[in-house]
Ligand binder design. Structure first.
Ligand code: HEM
Ligand SMILES: *[C@@H]1O[C@H](CO)[C@@H](O)[C@H](O)[C@H]1NC(C)=O
Ligand SMILES: *[C@@H]1O[C@H](CO)[C@@H](O)[C@H](O)[C@H]1NC(C)=O
Length: 328
């Protein structure tokens, strides 16, 4: 009897919320279990095949998920080619790649279960598989996102930038419902992949008012960086972001950041703030917590949280694109 009452109460509230249009269904693990049971394994197959062919691909796909989620939510908005206004042309998305793998997986999925699997979900699944392929944590990915109706370059103006201060980086993450811990853990994604010298030149040669390198770079590391990216060298030359272990997903990135071996300026700045610094320290036994936290477990918590940013689950706010690069 009591259960009946609770069930009725929940039903009434749900109807009320649907009528008001305020309910946005939640994502869930295995959203396609009935409608397209092989969706995840199909995406995984494309990721693995592409990664075996080109070891840079896992990093492309992990980064793509971040850049998708931070503009308009995780809704595949970055994938659309709608001319000069395309979001993907934004300066803040410079160097983002992996679009072709998403499109290849989509083509196959449209063949197997047409009109069922969203591009935004393919991006999220591919990022999960990219982490696993790089020997990172294996986690369950939430799905059920719809693809957005908007792609507009000016909406990407607020992407976190490699030159942002730590205050601004924190603010941009707060604006997406992410906290300092998420900022640290998600920056930990830089445990795989590479950067162009372009993003390092000022840090190496023009950081201080009169010129000169960022003093936070470990003096043992500075000559190596300068050799990779000499003053008039090729700004497109690429070097691993995570010194020594650039192809393996591990907590070395946080140790490198702690020791002045950060390659990206935004990563180095995580040591400028007492809160983010303390979070990094906690992974190396410098914390008053009784149990030392796990980088990998905490990364999973944060990336699942990132995957929920601004998601659209109702057909009023999104669609299942037939082709990821264009609206239906
Ligand atoms: C905190 C703010 C962040 C800033 C300022 C930032 C900045 C950058 C920059 C400048 C690059 C080099 C791009 C290139 O040379 O092509 C890069 C690469 C990368 N970023 Fe971030 N990033 C941030 C957060 C994230 C997050 C949250 C993720 C994923 C969860 C991520 C994943 C990656 C990956 C995997 C690469 C390597 C890409 C490749 O190898 O082509 N980043 N990031
Ligand atoms: C793109 O977004 C900007 C800023 O919100 C807006 O002013 C502009 O009209 C949008 N352009 C299109 C074509 O929707
Ligand atoms: C750890 O110590 C800091 C200050 O030293 C304090 O603010 C924080 O609450 C402590 N955390 C725990 C889990 O005890």
């Amino acid at each position: 009897m009591k259960n009946m009452l609770i069930v009725m109460y929940v039903m009434i509230i749900s109807c009320y919320m649907i009528i008001l249009g305020i309910s946005e269904a939640r994502l869930k693990v295995g959203f396609y279990r009935e409608t397209c049971p092989n969706a995840e394994s199909i995406v995984g197959g494309f990721v693995r095949d592409a990664a075996k062919f080109n070891p840079q691909i896992p990093a492309f796909l992990l980064r793509l998920h971040f850049h998708d989620c931070f503009v308009q939510g995780c809704d595949g908005s970055i994938l659309v080619d709608n001319g000069p206004i395309s979001e993907k042309l934004a300066v803040g998305h410079q160097g983002v790649k992996g679009f072709d793998i998403i499109e290849d997986a989509k083509t196959q999925l449209e063949f197997v279960c047409p009109g069922v699997v969203s591009c935004a979900d393919i991006v999220a699944i591919a990022a999960r598989d990219a982490v696993a392929f790089s020997f990172g944590p294996i986690y369950e990915v939430e799905t059920g996102r719809k693809d957005g109706f908007v792609s507009n370059v000016s909406l990407a103006a607020n992407m976190p930038d490699f030159k942002d201060s730590i205050q601004l980086l924190k603010q941009k993450f707060f604006d997406k419902g992410l906290n300092e811990k998420d900022l640290v853990l998600l920056s930990g994604a830089h445990t795989i992949g590479s950067t162009a010298c372009f993003f390092l030149m000022d840090r190496l040669y023009n950081f201080l008012p009169g010129g000169g390198p960022d003093p936070s770079i470990n003096p043992e590391f500075l000559p190596e960086l300068m050799e990779s990216c000499p003053p008039n060298g090729n700004i497109n030359f690429r070097l691993p972001i995570d010194h020594d272990t650039g192809e393996t997903f591990d907590d070395q990135i946080l140790e490198n950041i702690r020791n002045g071996f950060a390659v990206l300026q935004s990563d180095a700045k995580l040591m400028d703030d007492p809160v983010t610094k303390q979070i990094i320290d906690s992974y190396f036994g410098f914390s008053n917590q009784s149990i030392q936290p796990s980088f990998e477990a905490d990364f999973v918590t944060s990336i699942v949280k990132m995957g929920r940013i601004g998601v659209k689950t109702s057909s009023k706010r999104g669609e299942i694109r037939r082709v990821c690069s264009s609206f239906n």
